[in-house]
Write a new protein. Structure first.
Length: 99
C-alpha cells in the first residue's frame, strides 16, 4: 500500500509574503532508502514516486484523490498564525520598565 501525506506548506525563509501557501499538497512517502549514485556519487533513490507533488485547492479535494487511488494517508493540519495588530506609533511609545 502506498503511503502519502497531505499538508499545507509553510512559507519559505526566502519569502516575506504568504504566496503559494494556500494550496494543499499530497506527497508520497519514500519507500526506498537514499544512497550514493554509482557514477557521480550524488544522493539518489530508486523510488521516483517521492518526486511527485500534487497540488489541490482544498483539503477535501486532496483527501478525495487519496481515497480514490486507495492510498493510506495522514493529514497534517497547518498551524494558524497569530497576528498581533500594531501601529507604527507603537514603536515610539515610552514604557516605564522600572515599575
Amino acid at each position: 500500500m502506498i503511503k502519502a501525506k497531505i499538508y499545507k506548506p509553510s512559507k519559505s525563509a526566502m519569502q516575506s509574503g504568504r504566496a503559494k501557501t494556500g494550496q494543499w499538497l499530497l506527497e508520497y512517502e519514500r519507500r526506498a532508502p537514499l544512497g550514493p549514485e554509482s557514477l557521480m556519487g550524488w544522493t539518489a533513490s530508486a523510488d521516483t514516486l517521492n518526486q511527485v507533488r500534487l497540488k489541490f485547492d482544498t483539503l477535501e479535494d486532496a483527501i478525495a484523490r487519496a481515497e480514490k487511488e486507495g492510498f493510506e494517508f495522514t493529514v497534517q493540519k497547518p498551524q494558524e498564525r497569530k497576528v498581533k495588530p500594531r501601529n507604527y506609533s507603537d514603536n515610539f511609545v515610552y514604557e516605564d520598565r522600572a515599575r
